[in-house]
Design a protein around this ligand. Structure first.
Ligand SMILES: *[C@@H]1O[C@H](CO)[C@@H](O)[C@H](O)[C@H]1NC(C)=O
Length: 330
């Protein structure tokens, strides 16, 4: 009895300090902490591990929009122009008679299956609400949820991405902007060039390291979807896009992306065309443009492209698909 009592303050110290260490180490990624392997995650979830798709996936112009669905999930990828996109959607709401709704949760992107189910129910609250229009666009920073896994039919999916290296640079400075991240660490002041030269894990992650990629948003909630250099994750992401995403726009192809959206999702993007056309013509704004952005050298960009090879391949795949869709509507 006495011994346990004596040990208690020590125990508390260990617990508190290790928690503190975790916070310091993980910094902005704190909320994304998860079990080491997806096997463990599924064990805890009492759910079967994912069936991976191993065949080859080719981009196509196939229209995969489900006819019966009046819900779009826009699981937006951070730093890919989503504030411009949300701005456009707000303008489109009235003319197209839909309601744009969303989550205020920003950093929790990875969900276990229980949380995914909760999120599905949360979205249903909007679609079943008689006071809201029939058509809903729901947005949140989160990975792809496969409704089929819960015995339901998938809604319409759309998204927007951009060149992964540009996204990386934007995210790097966003996370170091004291307006968004008051808790700065020793690496906070590093420019992308300095960070790459130092080969810090935040800039040049190693193969197998857990890291949020663009493709993670399409691959899903399994741990392997966030592993650097994981070919299965790339494959799964491509497969999901071809099967479930009506349109994945590309920020660098803003105008083309909107044309494709208008044709593939006319119920949400068609009218009134005047305001939309003016808006598209104005180009995407830089609403969230960070401060202290320094120019990034070509050699750093080359090193980043190598480190994020799978994301680069994914980006090329999405661009090819978008161009095929654009060709098919001309
Ligand atoms: C979604 O879930 C269904 C049922 O479990 C499965 O057959 C399908 O392959 C899954 N799709 C993706 C993209 O994971």
């Amino acid at each position: 009895m006495n011994i346990t009592r004596q040990l208690r303050p020590q125990k508390i110290f260990v617990t508190v300090s290790s928690a503190l260490l975790l916070v310091l180490y993980n910094g902005p990624f704190m909320n994304d902490m998860e079990p080491q392997s997806y096997k463990l995650q599924y064990y805890k979830d009492k759910q079967e591990p994912p069936t991976l798709y191993y065949g080859s996936v080719h981009p196509s112009a196939r229209n995969v929009t489900p006819h019966e669905s009046s819900l779009i999930i826009y699981n937006r990828v951070p730093k890919c122009g989503s504030s411009s996109m949300l701005d456009a959607l707000k303008r489109l709401q009235i003319g197209n008679m839909f309601k744009l709704v969303g989550s205020s949760v920003y950093f929790r992107r990875w969900l276990n299956s229980e949380e995914q189910m909760k999120e599905i129910k949360n979205i249903q609250k909007y679609t079943m609400n008689k006071k809201l229009p029939n058509k809903i666009i729901y947005n949140r920073h989160m990975y792809f949820i496969n409704y089929t896994q819960f015995g339901l039919t998938n809604p319409i999916y759309m998204n927007f991405i951009r060149d992964p290296i540009e996204r990386f640079i934007s995210y790097h400075y966003f996370m170091r902007d004291t307006r968004h991240q008051p808790h700065q660490n020793i690496w906070s002041k590093l420019s992308v060039d300095e960070c790459v030269q130092a080969q810090h894990w935040e800039c040049l992650p190693e193969k197998g390291q857990s890291f949020e990629l663009t493709l993670s948003y399409f691959c899903g909630h399994h741990q392997f979807c966030r592993e650097v250099g994981n070919r299965d994750a790339l494959q799964q992401a491509k497969y999901t896009v071809e099967k479930y995403y009506s349109v994945v726009g590309v920020l660098e192809e803003w105008t083309k992306s909107f044309k494709v959206l208008q044709h593939y999702l006319p119920g949400f993007f068609k009218s009134p065309s005047k305001t939309l056309n003016d808006y598209i013509a104005a180009g995407h704004s830089k609403a969230n443009k960070g401060t202290n952005r320094k120019k990034v050298s070509e050699s750093s960009k080359a090193a980043l492209r190598k480190a994020f090879k799978e994301d680069m391949e994914f980006y090329d795949f999405i661009k090819q698909r978008l161009f095929l869709q654009f060709e098919s509507i001309k």
